[in-house]
Design a protein around this ligand. Structure first.
Ligand code: NDP
Length: 284
């Protein structure tokens, strides 16, 4: 289906829950800027309804969908094709519909890369420590290795999950360390890129590691939190004059990449960023 001159097209976010998402604001601003109808809506989908939801995407007016927690892996079973990147990432966050054919892709990986580049900082030769071993940590590990970083360490609360991530991404050479303060403290003096890819830290008073440990990071360290708001971790890093980046650039760029896959048009990133900032301000 060509999007030019379309008055009816549908896009949406499949997940459970989805009510908190700012993707509709981001995507609809992009659609409107290109003269298309604001057609991106929330499609809350419990697991028992996932198969039916995916079947509904084959309707002629559906361009595709985003997929979020908890369906990024399970959705693969209902698609006609899964790109090699999504297979490697173990997650589909974007589905593209072309003439009854559903392709699962992953835009979190290029979204993270594009988000990092927003900092303008040199990423070459950085030594990374990723906190977490879930889907986001896996996307970050893939992205960093694609950028040529050779020293990537993972620390996760549940060590078996970190081990599983390393196995899934072999032959990438990932180092694993325990997530206790002592092991983190020993590693941090060599780390120049710290990424929080855990679900911990959204709430004030919550952090993925004891914040005093940030004293151990080198002065040129960059602290990234995938949470798309200002967190205690980022505030503590700024207090120490470290460079910081929150999760909003990643969210914007994964969305922009998905937009381009669906529409075949260049995403109006500046407009989408403004809409995302406004939606975030309204939420927090
Ligand atoms: P998963 O559920 O797959 O993984 C959650 C991770 O967080 C696991 O490593 C888990 O450890 C860890 N964790 C959860 N609670 C705690 C805690 N209290 N202390 C320490 N570790 C904890 O989630 P995702 O990987 O999909 O998402 C992780 C985060 O990244 C979320 O906040 C999500 O919003 C964000 N994200 C942001 C994106 C963006 O575009 N900015 C894109 C994707 C995700 P364990 O294995 O021990 O349970």
């Amino acid at each position: 289906m060509s999007v030019a001159g379309s008055t009816s097209l549908r896009l949406g976010l499949i997940g459970d829950p989805v009510a908190h998402s700012i993707s509709p604001a981001l995507q609809n601003a992009g659609l409107v800027a290109l003269g298309l109808p604001p057609s991106y809506t929330l499609w809350p989908t419990p697991s028992a309804e996932l198969e039916e939801r995916i079947a509904s995407l084959r309707a002629p007016d559906v361009l595709g969908a985003n997929v979020t927690v908890p369906h990024k892996l399970a959705v693969m079973a209902y698609l006609d094709e899964v790109t090699p990147l999504a297979q490697q990432a173990g997650a589909v966050n974007t589905i593209v519909h072309r003439g009854g054919h559903l392709v699962g892709d992953n835009t979190d990986v290029p979204g993270f890369v594009a988000g990092l580049l927003v900092t303008g900082l040199d990423m070459a030769n950085r030594a990374a420590l990723i906190l977490g071993a879930g889907g986001a940590a896996r996307a970050v590990a893939l992205a960093l290795s694609e950028m040529g970083l050779e020293q990537i360490t993972i620390a996760n609360r549940t060590p078996e999950r970190a081990q599983a991530l390393r196995d899934a991404l072999a032959p990438l050479s990932l180092r694993l360390i325990p997530s206790d303060p002592q092991a983190l403290g020993a590693a941090l003096p060599q780390i120049t890129l710290l990424v929080n890819a855990t679900a911990a830290g959204w709430l004030p008073g919550e952090a993925p590691l004891p914040l005093a440990l940030l004293d151990l990071l080198p002065a040129d360290g960059l602290v990234v939190d995938l949470t798309y708001r200002d967190t205690d971790l980022l505030a503590a890093a700024r207090e120490r004059r470290l460079a910081t980046l929150d999760g909003l650039p990643m969210l914007i760029h994964q969305g922009a990449r998905a937009f381009e896959l669906w529409t075949g048009r260049r995403a109006p990133v500046a407009v989408m960023r403004e809409a995302a900032l406004a939606a975030r301000a309204a939420r927090t």
